[in-house]
Ligand binder design. Structure first.
Ligand code: HEC
Ligand code: HEC
Length: 359
């Protein structure tokens, strides 16, 4: 069983290797990574990749390389409430480090306590995805980062221009932007710095990684070992939660919402493809025991409830994925699956918010 994921990683590595050979941009990046190892340029950001994850080099966009100063600036912006209209909400209000960068609520709360329409997602391992959000509507972290700033039920700034003017009035931020981008504050700079910071928030080296790929026999319990076998076999979870980040990066309809009066059509909003009605992106399962409640509408409080939902075959609707079928799991099997998911918490994501912000 453990071999399944190893094989997949092998394929992925080969594919990436092939890319490095064929695409000049990629080989440049490779060279830069090599150069970085030999003599790190002054501001190069050296990212420690936890065991079990792929190197990030091939995933960093060429026009927004990681530098130490940019990542530091991005962290300040991420946690600074002054980026919201009334200085009460930051990105970090709905993405809290100690809850694996979620907020523990069914729906995130923006300025004036206005709820978002979906559950706040974790932002660990975002570096490995291009499409962001439950419906994948934002094609990059840079484009995603601009969105909450001016959304009325997130941070509520009237416009990007208003935010830029507000930040340019803070001398400390103007200095930071001059240092990092050689310009005053710009909205693209804000987005690039935040995205660079997000790309450094990783989760790997979990007990499951150490068992499955590290061969550390005692890293997880017997129940979790049985859970892993079920996850890859009878329970069919790897049909979608596949690879080192537990996501096929695709969109599927599980029927969440179809028992309510109003249905969120999800991916269809972005693609307008009828095949995508009610489909949502397969989320990573890393840190999953810390990110309750679950699903895009935050309906399940526990992992046990999630398993019961899959066991019944999701919720019937005309667009239900044909990968979702009743599973006939026993109570012990359900408990084993939960135990396995609890072994997916790792390292690379823990950090404290800044204590001081630019003045
Ligand atoms: C009011 C709460 C709230 C605030 C403030 C907020 N977010 Fe989010 N975040 C959410 C919700 C809710 C979602 C899912 C939205 C959706 O799919 O429509 C989300 C999704 C995301 C995602 C996508 C994750 C994935 O797996 O695809 C990223 C990245 C992200 N937020 C970063 C940010 C950044 C950067 C900021 C600040 C500029 C921010 N968020 C501010 C609630 C919030
Ligand atoms: C057909 C693809 C598919 C299969 C098979 C599948 N999942 Fe999912 N999973 C998804 C999608 C898509 C979502 C988000 C659905 C939504 O919110 O509408 C999800 C959500 C979840 C969540 C909640 C994540 C969060 O951040 O809220 C958990 C936990 C989960 N799946 C575990 C499992 C387990 C365990 C199995 C096997 C029993 C499984 N999944 C099988 C696609 C799949």
């Amino acid at each position: 069983m453990a071999g399944v994921r190893r094989t997949w990683r092998g394929c992925r590595a080969l594919l990436l290797a092939a890319l490095f050979l064929c695409v000049p941009v990629q080989s440049d990046r490779d060279l830069r990574a090599e150069a970085g190892k030999a003599a790190a340029p002054k501001s190069a950001y050296v990212l420690k990749i936890p065991f079990g994850l792929e190197d990030v080099a091939g995933y960093i966009p060429a026009d927004n390389p990681l530098t130490a100063e940019k990542v530091e600036l991005g962290k300040l912006l991420f946690f600074d409430m002054r980026l919201s209209f009334n200085n009460t909400v930051s990105c970090g209000s709905c993405h809290l480090p100690h809850l694996a960068w979620t907020d523990g609520r069914q729906f995130g709360l923006g300025i004036h306590g206005q709820p978002a329409s979906r559950n706040s997602q974790t932002i660990v391992n975002r570096v490995y995805s291009t499409e962001q959000l439950w419906d994948g509507k934002r094609p990059s972290l840079e484009s995603q980062a601009k969105n909450p700033l001016t959304k009325p039920n997130r941070m509520g700034m009237p416009s990007a221009e208003a935010l830029v003017a507000k930040l340019n009035a803070i001398p400390g931020y103007r200095e930071w932007f001059q240092k990092v981008f050689g310009t005053d504050v710009t909205i693209d700079g804000v987005a690039k710095a935040i995205a660079a910071f997000e790309r450094t928030i990783l989760s790997g080296n979990s007990p499951a990684d150490r068992y499955d790929m590290g061969g550390e026999e005692n890293a997880i319990s017997d129940s979790a070992k049985r859970g892993l076998a079920l996850f890859q076999g009878k329970a069919r979870c790897t049909r979608c939660h596949s690879g080192f980040n537990f996501s096929d990066e695709k969109f599927h309809n599980l029927g969440i919402d179809w028992d309510k009066d109003q249905v969120d059509v999800g991916r269809y909003l972005a693609s307008k493809d009828p095949e995508d009605i009610g489909a949502f992106k397969t989320p990573t399962l890393r840190e999953i025991s810390l990110t309750a409640p679950y699903m895009h509408d935050g309906r399940f409080l526990t992992l046990k409830e999630v398993i019961d939902f899959y066991d019944k075959g999701g919720i019937q609707n005309p667009h239900l994925s044909n990968l979702i079928i009743p599973l006939n799991l026993t109570d012990q099997e359900k408990a084993d699956l939960v135990e396995y998911m609890r072994s997916l918490n790792g390292e690379g994501l823990q950090m404290a918010p800044p204590v001081e912000f630019p003045r």
